[in-house]
Design a protein around this ligand. Structure first.
Ligand code: FES
Length: 141
């Protein structure tokens, strides 16, 4: 290989890696987990509705569960909160195009956590959300 060809290929590779690393960092930003405030009784997670100004969903750390809670603001302005723990054999589900999909055996759930496709037969654990003033309160009861 000629020196000029080699340098050209190295430059293109560096450009490709640079472009992809910025894509990857974009994905990481999307998957940030927030550790929300807990109320004094540790029964509610508290977040601000402004969290949804730039994004449709956030992932919250659960105080006692390994899997996060996905809080989603639908196009209709309603909030849903589901534990991302598959009811089949407890793999962590992934949020893909307004559905939760389990990477282990392919179960699929809607944003409300209801089963759309098995093998899971039971929905995801869901939490009620109340808007109180300028806060969203996710009940862990
Ligand atoms: S663990 Fe989710 S489908 Fe089996």
């Amino acid at each position: 290989m000629k020196r000029r060809t080699f340098i050209k290929k190295c430059s293109l590779s560096a450009l490709y890696l640079s472009a992809n690393s910025s894509l990857l960092s974009g994905c990481q930003t999307n998957s940030i987990r927030y550790s929300p405030l807990l109320d004094s009784n540790e029964r509610e997670l508290i977040v601000s509705p402004s969290e949804f100004n730039q994004q449709s969903h956030i992932f919250l750390s659960h105080p006692t569960q390994a899997d996060p809670i996905c809080v989603y603001k639908t196009n209709e302005g309603e909030y849903t909160a589901s534990l991302m723990d598959c009811s089949h054999q407890h793999c962590t589900v992934e949020l893909v195009d307004e559905h939760f999909i389990c990477p282990c055996h392919g179960s699929r759930f809607n944003l409300q956590g209801e089963v759309l496709r098995g093998p899971a037969t039971k929905g995801l654990t869901r939490y009620t959300i109340q808007q109180v003033g300028n806060t969203l309160r996710i009940s862990l009861r």
